[in-house]
Design a protein around this ligand. Sequence first.
Ligand code: ACM
Length: 671
Amino acid sequence: MRKFLVTLLTFACLGFVKASETGFLMPVPQSVSWGQGFLQIDSSFAIVVEGVDSGRSSHAAARILARLSKETGIRFSPPPAKPNAGVLRIAVRNPAPLTPVLGIDESYSIAVNGQGAMLTAGNFFGVVHGLETFLQLLRLDSSGFNIPAVTIKDEPRFPWRGLLVDVCRHWIPMDVLKRTIDGMAAVKLNVLHWHLSEDQGFRIESKRFPRLHSFGSDGLYYSQDQAREVVAYAAERGIRVIPEFDMPGHTTSWFVGYPELASSPGPYSIQRTWGVFDPAMDPTREEVYEFLDGFIEEMTQIFPDPFFHIGGDEVNGKQWDSSAAVAKFKHNNSLKDNHDIQVYFNKRVSGILKRHKRRMVGWDEILHPELPNNIVVQSWRGHKALAATVQQGSEGILSWGYYLDHMRPASYHYGIDPLAGDGLELAVDQRSQVLGGEACMWAEFVTEENIDSRIWPRTAAIAERLWSPSDVADVEDMYRRLAHVSKRLAWLGLTHIASYNKMLERLTGYREINTLKTLSDVLEPVKFYERPHTRKYTQQTPLNRLVDATRPESNAAREFAELVESYLMNPTLEGRAKALRLRLIQWRENDKKLQPILSTSPLLAEVIPLSRKLTRVSQIGLDALNAMEEGSPLGDRRKGLAKALSEEQTPAAELLLMIIPPIQTLLNAAP
Ligand code: ACM
C-alpha cells in the first residue's frame, strides 16, 4: 500500500510538473500528458493509415514524412512497414466532406510510447491537425531523433480561425498563397479569407464579366483554374476559403471596365493610392443587382464554402450625396440617410446570396436589424461592435486587435481574446455566437517579398489564441515557443527570415550586411497608419527600403528589455551587468563601421541619422549603467539625459529604435 502510494505520488507529481510544460507545441493542445520514454525515429519508422478516407490521409501523411525526412536526414522506407518498426498508426472514424465546413469536427488524439504512436481522429481534418502536432513533437537529444512518450487530446476552442490576405493593394502570386496556406495549416488556422477586390485591383477572372479582371487588374489576377487550385490545396490542409468582394464601396476597380455600375458616370481608372475613396455602386439601378446576381453565381461555382464575404466597410457616401438619381430613390423609398441606402443595398445582396445558398459575411457596418440574423459580422472596430452583433442574434468574428499591418508585437495580439474585452458582456448561452477571429494582412505596405515577414511568426500567436484554452496565456512561454515555430515555418518554405536577409543584402549592394543587420535588428517600422503621413505612396512605389525589410517586432530589443529587467531585479548577479555593457558597446560602436556603407548607397542615405541615433542612445544606456555600477549619482546630468533620450523616440526613415524604452527603464533606475 505504502509503495503504491509513493508510486502514485511520484507519478502524480511528475504528471503535474510535466503536464504544465508545453514543449514546443504551438498552439498548445487542450490536454497534454507526458509519459516515460520515447519513440525512436529512424529509417524503420513508418506511418500506416487505417479506416475511412485513407487515401487523403495517406497523402497528408506522406507530406509530413517528407518534412520529417528533411528535418532528420533519414530516408524512410516505403510501406508496408517492416515488422517491429516504430509506427505511427492513423485511425479515422468518419468520412469528411471534400472541403471543410464551419463547425466540423477537428478533434484528434495522439498517444505515443516506446513501441509506437497512434493518431485517432473523427475525420480527415483532425488527422491534418494531429500530424502537424506529431511533427512539432520531434526532438533531437543524446538518443537521436525521437518523439517523447505523450498523450494528447485536442480540439479547437473556436471553430473560425482565419487569416485575411489582401491581394489587391499589392499583387500576391500563387506560390506565395500556397506557402501561406502551408503556414496556416502548421498552426491550425482553418479559414483563408481571400480579399479579392478593391479600389486598387480586381484579382480574379470572371468569364461572365471579363472586363472586371482585364480592365481592373493590370493583368495581375488569378484564373478560375488557379482559384480552384487554391480552394483544393487549402481543403487538403483543413482550410476553408472565403472570397471577399467588397461592395458597395472599395469598388473602383470594378468600374474601370463597367462604369455603369457606379453612382457617377466616370470614367474610372484603377486607384493607385491608399485610403477611403468616393466611388460606390449605384443602389438605384436594377441592372446593378442583375450584374451582382450573375457575378455571385459565377463565383459560387469556384468557392464551395457556404459563406460569402461582401465587405461593406467604409462607404463615405459622397457619390450618393451628389447623385440626383440617388436623391430621388431615397425620397421614393423613404430612406433617411446613406446608412439606410446601404442597408437597402445589403438587403438586396443578401437576397441574391440566399438564392445562391450562401450566408452573408461582412464588416461591422453591415449590422442592421432588417438583415436576416444568419449573417456573420466581422468586427474590425472592437468588442463593442462584436457585442452588438451578438445582441442582435447574429454570429460574429473578431479582427480588431489582430491587424498585422499595425506592426504590433506578438504579445499584443496574444492578449486579445474574442470573448473578453471592453464592452463585451455575454450571457453563457451567447458565447457560442462568437465564432472566433481572423488575423488581417492588409497589403498597402506589403509585397510578395516581405509579406511572409509581416504574417509570420506573429500569426502563430494569434492562431494559439484562437485554438488553445484561454488560460494558455504565459507570454514568456509563448515567445519561447514562437522562436521555435518561426524556424519550423521557414523550413516549411516561408521566407520571413530569408527575405529579411535578402533585402538587407540588396540594400548594402556588395558590402557585408552584418553591421546593417545589427542596426536593423533593433528597429521596427512605425505603427498603425503612420507611413502614409510621412511621404506620398502609390501602388507603384517600390517597397525596397529598410522600413520594408525590417521586421514588425524586434526580438533583439525585446531580449535586451528582458536583460534590463533581470539586471534591475538583481544588479549584483554575476554576468548581467557585463552582458548589458557588451550589448551597449557593440551598438555604440556599430556606426563607425556602418557609416562608410551608408554613405555610398542612395537607398541607405536615410539611415545615416538612425545609425547615429543608435550610438547616442547606447551611450545614454552606458551612462546609466555606469552610474548604477559605480553607485555614483547622475545628479545634474539626469535631466539632460532623459530629455535627450525622449527626443530620440521620434522616428527616422519611418523606423523606431526599440531599445529606447528599456534604456529609459535603466536610466530611471540609476541613482
Ligand atoms: C476595414 O479595416 N476597413 C475592414
